[in-house]
Design a protein around this ligand. Structure first.
Ligand code: SAM
Length: 199
């Protein structure tokens, strides 16, 4: 069997993130994850919060690796991940209490941010939460030199990537009935932005 893909960053940030999730989510919450990557977050969060009904998704080309981790480490509590490319959908049927996404907004082209917010709004229950983890900037300013360097590195690798601005995300969110209600600082200059579906 080939080795599972591994993210050292996930190992560092999963503890601080799950602490926030434990305060935000009801014990049996239905959560849809976008861009689940290696699956380390899904595995850890459902280990710490076993009542969560968590559905991991990612683009089709990442599904095999993601499902290999789920099968190896969390087959008892996680359904197999399903394909979801925010650019095309389709979004899973059903309603969710929360949509969770980590480190995706600076990877996918900014043109896809509206699709992510629109899709989340469509699958969220009223008062449901869109929870976005990662680095963000505000009104064109980075909060840390390390984020500025990271942003430069991303843009030099691919011009479509880059740290997103909360002003732009708030505007897109509002268009889809999502209002930012919290901004939580986490280690390494990352944050959790929480948007609530208003209607
Ligand atoms: C930097 S990785 C983050 C993975 C994981 N969430 C984490 O925090 O380690 C970015 C993820 O976004 C996913 N992604 C990129 N474009 C996407 C799209 N159009 N729709 C859905 N997911 C996408 C990638 O496949 C990848 O899993």
């Amino acid at each position: 069997m080939s080795e599972l893909r591994f993210s050292a960053a996930c190992e560092r940030n999963k503890g601080p993130i799950v602490e926030v999730l434990s305060q935000l989510l009801k014990p049996q919450a239905r959560v849809l994850e976008i861009g689940a990557g290696t699956g380390q977050h899904a595995v850890h969060f459902t280990e710490v919060l076993p009542g969560l009904d968590w559905l991991a998704t990612d683009v089709p080309e990442n599904l095999a690796g993601l499902n290999a981790r789920i099968a190896a480490e969390a087959a008892d509590r996680l359904a197999p991940a399903v394909a979801l490319d925010v650019a095309h959908g389709p979004w899973p049927a059903g309603r969710f209490d929360a949509v969770y996404t980590a480190n995706t907004l600076h990877i996918m082209p900014f043109e896809l941010a509206p699709a992510l917010f629109a899709g989340a709004s469509q699958v969220l229950d009223r008062n449901g939460l869109l929870i976005c983890y990662g680095p963000f900037q505000d009104d064109g300013a980075h909060s840390a030199e390390s984020n500025r360097q990271f942003d430069l590195m991303l843009r030099s690798r691919d011009f479509a990537m880059g740290i997103r601005d909360t002003r732009d995300l708030d505007r897109i969110a509002r268009r889809h009935g999502l209002i930012r209600q919290a901004d939580i600082a986490l280690p390494a200059n990352n944050r959790i932005l929480i948007f609530r579906r208003a209607q």
